[in-house]
Design a protein around this ligand. Structure first.
Ligand code: NAD
Length: 413
């Protein structure tokens, strides 16, 4: 059924992509990419029909058998964010169902349509009634009711840190398992020995993709002082080339923010940083009038003169804004990168193997990209350290919270 579901998504690729562009505001080519990425979880997790394994152990007593058997949790609840409504939905659906559970999925109230379209295709794929369910509505009421219900065996959540904490507290009443994929504040460390052009290109890509609305986005760029001048010059020039516009139009690279509330958050962060001494090298304000008359637009922005204690360096921006800070040596770079309540992802640009090995050992994150930008593999492991989450999605580890173990002791004659 999962394989058939993937085929059906393929057939409706253009409809899904258009819907995503309209729901989220992401450019069509990015929406295409999300549909392809999303459906690949169906096919990958379908393989686990032969891979979920238990353990057979030697018993302590004679004439006994001992084994540990993985079983479904029963009903799983998935609650998800708005930034990747299809990809993150399938990221929950495929492992929940292959583990043998029923799933109740609650998409974000701003982006429910693609989940509903996935539900239509579920019927066509032959998923039995009641096995996959979509419930729409606001988080504080509908989401909260799902979390407080005694029925689910797991709440698999993707969203902000604050909501994740609220869910963990509410789920504690029934001691329901939670898996939390939360926000990030990924540092992007650029050392003086790296390929500068590649670092600039990747810094831009990893910040402005999906209008900066990605949990593992480059949220704060730290550049070694020896190359800070040329890096910044190239970065600003590159950011100024970004084409902001209608997500449905050919050539658009960045669309609008998803909503007015989200736009106002970004506006507030930038205004406060500038009031505190930061300088916008490009952008710095909303875009209005002309082709930007309708919608919630923010100009691609590069900020300098920021300090580590500013909110813009400590809280998730989730928009097309990149603050840039210099550092003196690798130790300081690592310390700045780790100076965060978040621990989802980090980026490092260097060709020095010693620095690479130290970063692998010392950076407090669940995902580290070295000399590359974002782009996760569905068979990897997506998990946050610190306040970026507990549990996680993808691959064999992403299946774990959808299963529970039973240990069986059998005496025979
Ligand atoms: P959000 O926390 O506001 O909402 C996420 C979901 O939770 C929505 O469906 C919402 O309706 C629901 N919700 C809200 N309050 C609730 C409550 N009290 N009980 C139950 N459900 C509730 O997050 P968002 O604005 O939709 O998404 C942006 C955030 O998600 C960012 O912080 C981003 O980093 C994070 N995110 C993380 C990942 C990851 O894999 N780590 C992926 C995508 C997005």
């Amino acid at each position: 059924m999962l394989r058939k579901w993937a085929d059906l998504v393929d057939q409706k690729r253009d409809d899904f992509a258009r819907l995503l562009a309209q729901e989220v505001g992401k450019p069509l080519h990015e929406a295409d990419g999300e549909v392809d990425f999303g459906k690949s979880w169906f096919r990958d997790y379908a393989e686990f029909d032969r891979r979920i394994e238990g353990d057979m152990l030697p018993a302590d007593r004679p004439d006994e058998q001992l084994w540990i058997v993985p079983q479904p949790v029963g009903v799983a609840v998935g609650i998800i964010a708005w930034n990747f409504p299809i990809a993150v939905a399938v990221r929950k659906i495929a492992p929940a169902l292959i583990a043998g559970n029923a799933l109740v999925l609650k998409p974000h109230e701003d982006t429910p349509l693609s989940a509903l379209m996935l539900a239509e295709l579920a019927e066509e794929a032959g998923v039995p009634p009641g096995v996959f369910n979509v419930v729409t509505g606001p988080g504080e009421t509908v989401g909260d009711a799902l979390v407080r219900s005694p029925i689910p065996g797991v709440i698999s959540f993707t969203g902000s840190v604050e909501t994740g904490k609220a869910i963990a507290r509410a789920a504690a009443d029934h001691v329901t398992t939670v898996s939390l994929e939360l926000g990030g504040k990924a540092p992007f460390l650029v050392m003086d020995d790296c390929d500068l052009d590649q670092a600039v290109e990747t810094a831009v890509f990893s910040r402005f993709l999906n209008c900066g609305q990605i949990c593992i986005a480059n949220e704060r760029t730290y550049v070694h002082k020896a190359i800070a001048g040329p890096f910044l010059e190239k970065l600003v020039a590159r950011v100024e080339q970004i084409k902001v516009g209608d997500p449905l139009a050919e050539g658009t690279q960045v669309g609008p923010k998803v909503s007015r509330v989200e736009l106002e958050k970004v506006q507030r962060f930038v205004a406060e940083a500038i009031a505190g001494g930061a300088k916008a090298m490009t952008g710095g304000s909303v875009l209005a009038g002309g082709e930007y008359a309708k919608g919630d637009w923010f100009a691609p922005t590069v900020l300098t003169g920021v300090r580590q204690d500013m909110d813009i360096m400590q809280k998730e921006i989730f928009g097309p804004v990149v603050p840039v800070m210099e550092f003196a040596d690798f130790d300081e770079g690592l310390a700045l990168a780790n100076d965060s309540r978040y621990g989802l992802a980090a980026y490092l640009f260097t060709n020095d193997v010693n620095r690479i090995m130290r970063a692998v050992r010392d950076l407090e994150v669940g995902e580290l990209d070295i000399n590359r930008g974002p782009g996760e593999s569905i068979h990897g492991d997506h998990t946050g350290w610190k306040q970026s989450g507990i549990g996680g999605d993808d691959g064999k580890y992403g299946l774990e919270h959808f299963l529970r173990r039973k240990t069986v002791y059998l005496k025979y004659r």
